[in-house]
Design a protein around this ligand. Structure first.
Ligand SMILES: Nc1ncnc2c1ncn2[C@@H]1O[C@H](COP(=O)(O)OP(=O)(O)OP(=O)(O)O)[C@@H](O)[C@H]1O
Length: 305
């Protein structure tokens, strides 16, 4: 098995750069180092690496954006095995799937390889988007959109206060966002929800840097969980957000519904901001569809996790 290290040195405001430096200083196994230079480069690197014969272990060091791009490539190549080291500020992939923390853990993987086949999803709007963590339309997506745009993020990241960016923008958006209506179709069912704030489809539990929005999601069960938050005041929504960090929001059954299925079609009453794995996918069309791609990439798990 050949070892490749793919790093986005810009990720996490330099955190990935520090991680890669400490890994290569202590790694004993031979490796090839690849540095991403901009958007979509991680996908192109995976495509190129896949042309080598046999299994290729690609340890991706970056944030969820870089990992998302690497997995876009990995789903097309069965000889690619993705491993991850957290180098961003949110790091939800590492929380929900698995992550290596040290070179010693990578060496431990070589003596005892734990490789699993993991699910991804595809969002169909006017174009297609593959996602591994979650996609969502609603106030949560508007928060992600605003967080990615704000200069506050880099400034607070530099002081290791990345999570504070989410909290400040979350409060602002909860106070100004206009709720919407949806019709959800799954299996043979059709349900109507009014006054909706959040529609998030999850493949793993975490979103927004550690908020446990979908506590029962599993990355290899061939199903998604749709979380709908509806019909509550702005103040209650703010309170509910505070409970999402620990996954306790699911106890508010009057306002929070969770549905498990392999595919969903959702009709929106108006254009609502969306994201896939924290990256902007624009405003919702009238109808969107989400489909499961079961066991679509191979993951190297940290055997010491
Ligand atoms: N060398 C580079 N310079 C600038 N951007 C890059 C480079 N390499 C990759 N990128 C782009 O940076 C985007 C963001 O990267 P990533 O999500 O890994 O880091 P981050 O935004 O700092 O992390 P987080 O989302 O956890 O805050 C990626 O989607 C990728 O398109």
């Amino acid at each position: 098995m050949m070892l490749h290290i793919i790093v986005n040195e810009r990720a996490g405001n330099g955190r990935a750069k520090q991680v890669v430096a400490s890994v290569i200083a202590t790694l004993k196994s031979p490796y090839e180092l690849h540095q991403t230079t901009g958007p979509c480069h991680a996908t192109a690197l995976i495509d190129k690496i896949s042309q080598n014969e046999g299994d290729q272990l690609c340890i991706v060091i970056g944030g969820d954006g870089t990992i998302h791009e690497a997995i876009q490539g990995a789903v097309h190549h069965s000889n690619i095995i993705i491993g991850v080291m957290n180098g961003g500020s949110g790091n939800d992939f590492g929380r929900g799937f698995s992550a290596f923390k040290t070179a010693a853990e990578i060496e431990a993987f070589f003596s005892n390889p734990v490789i699993t086949e993991e699910d991804t999803g595809v969002l169909f709007t006017d174009s297609q988007h593959i996602f591994m963590n979650n996609i969502g339309y609603g106030v949560d997506a508007k928060i992600v959109y605003e967080v990615n745009k704000t200069p506050l993020k880099n400034w607070l990241n530099r002081m290791n206060l990345g999570r504070l960016t989410y909290i400040i923008i979350l409060i602002k958006e909860v106070m100004t966002f206009k709720p919407f209506d949806v019709v959800v179709e799954y299996e043979t069912k059709r349900k109507i929800y009014k006054n909706v704030w959040i529609t998030t489809i999850s493949n793993q539990p975490f979103i927004g840097g550690g908020m446990k929005i979908s506590p029962y999601s599993r990355t290899d069960d061939g199903r998604f969980e749709l979380t709908i938050v509806e019909n509550l005041s702005r103040l209650k929504l703010l309170f509910l957000f505070a409970t999402i960090f620990k996954g306790k929001h699911v106890n508010f059954k009057k306002h929070v519904s969770q549905i498990s299925a392999e595919a969903f079609t959702i009709h929106y009453s108006g254009p609502i901001q969306g994201h896939a794995d924290g990256e902007d996918v624009g405003l919702s069309k009238e109808v969107i569809t989400i489909k499961m791609q079961p066991k679509s990439f191979r993951l190297a798990r940290n055997p010491l996790d």
